[in-house]
Ligand binder design. Sequence first.
Ligand code: HGY
Ligand code: MN
Ligand code: MN
Length: 416
Amino acid sequence: MHIEVHTHALLDELHKLASFSACPEPVPAVTRVVFTREDQEARTWLTERFEAAGLAVRADAIGNTFARWAPPGCDATAPAIGTGSHADAIPHAGMYDGTVGVLGGLEAVRALQRAGHTPARPIDVVLFTSEEPTRFGLGCTGSRTLCGNLAPDTLAGLRDEQGVSFDEARQSAGFSGAISDVPLPPSAYAGFVELHIEQGPTLEQDGVDLGVVTAIAAPAAARFVVEGQGGHAGGVLMPDRHDALCAAAELTLAIERLAQASPSPDCVATVGELAVHPGAVNSIPSRTELSLDLRDIDHDNRDAVLADIQQAARDIAQRRGVTMKGRVLNADAPARCDAAVISALKQAAQDAGYSHRTMVSRAYHDSLFMAGRFPTGMLFIPCRNGVSHRPDEFVEPDHLEAGVATLARTLALLSA
Ligand code: HGY
Ligand code: MN
Ligand code: MN
């Protein structure tokens, strides 16, 4: 089958999608938080692109959007093959994280249409709601709920920093209906494949075109609130202090040390957020709040390091005369990708003449949850210097073309 990818037209679409942004810096910097104006503009424009390709579009009660290709000759009642990703972006991010899987999935379908392919079963391009944890503190809320991994009332009750609940935010964005109707049965999809940038340096360092993912790391997230005594920066002598920021700083270094000391090379830990109260130059911090993002491919090791971090927090609190309350937001299991989807990806890369290797994903993705309900795989393309979640995130057009061409062939194999 002759697969023709319109790479430059696809890049134009990626740049257009990037223009829906709240970021003060110009494209390629992007900020697009779930259910904001930019997110809704992006969704509207994507729906137009899906419909222009002849796909039938529907959205569920939380904004997961399904663009279905079921041409004449296809068994429209058969379990579909899905592809897709997310279009939300953390603050000051790049323009390829997630969007390559959404628009690349659409371009793969258009390439199959150009090739005159008729799938035996429908093919869906899926846009997942809120893969990033930015607004509600939990990542992948759309795919978690779709796969029955997140109880509807738990989702509805998540609140952002302004106290707006997920339920209020989704309704004000025009998504209504019962969240309990969102989960799909295992029969909904016979397979799912997500195209994504690697968000790491391995493919580029190895000089390999494509990564076939075998496993996806298990993320855990927690928040620690540290309460000290605060006080006057001049009046309180050092031995009398119970400084909430110094305690948080010691915990942050303990987190780094415990992840570095872990026997698993895949264990990574990050304190990405720190809030200081009252935040005055001449007032000893009385309260701090910090976030923990902890991941590993090895589930047991990840949980062992989490337990060590919680113990370190207790020891520091006791020694410094502060309180430290830790709340685990999520501690997910890692995912194994499906063997049949992996071999279809390998076959497709081979047929298309691209070099490829198997690898693990250290970032999490909607596929982490899709893999819990449907046979799932991921296809990585290199990103320059492995950089992601930064405005200088970049994908070479040739690599984008390789990913989309291989995705198209994989969808053809899986939907035969
Ligand atoms: O954090 C992640 O791994 C993903 O980019 N949300
Ligand atoms: Mn991301
Ligand atoms: Mn992503």
